[in-house]
Ligand binder design. Sequence first.
Ligand code: ZN
Length: 143
Amino acid sequence: MIKYNLLCKKCDLSFDSWFASSKEFDKLKKKKMINCHSCGSLQVEKNLMAPKLINKTLIYKNEKKDLLRHQKIRKKMSEYQKFIKNNFDYVGENFAYEARSIHYNNKNRKKGIYGTASKKDLKELKEEGIDAQLIPWVENENN
Ligand SMILES: [Zn+2]
């Protein structure tokens, strides 16, 4: 099972839906069996990211070039990075500090954050119960 966050192009409603697989989503979409919960429009698109990355979940940035050898993955990653840049605040080296300030001070941020952190930072954050997502990242990518 896979959960997609779907977005209605007509009324901007975003909602979650479960599918057996990504193939099933495509199939249903082709058959016009996916429509908006609110307005019934068929102009429903997959939101790029799983919803669990939105809100307070934090992102850890890392460079892992090995992962990006395949064209397909590269493309996905660059879409992913674009999404993150648009929807998360970049905090750079202050990642661990900012993550803690959100966690301990209940600091209200509209967006999640992403930035760099060392392995040690990440381990410590984990021990403190702070959820940080590890993602591969490539800088200055030229297609
Ligand atoms: Zn709608």
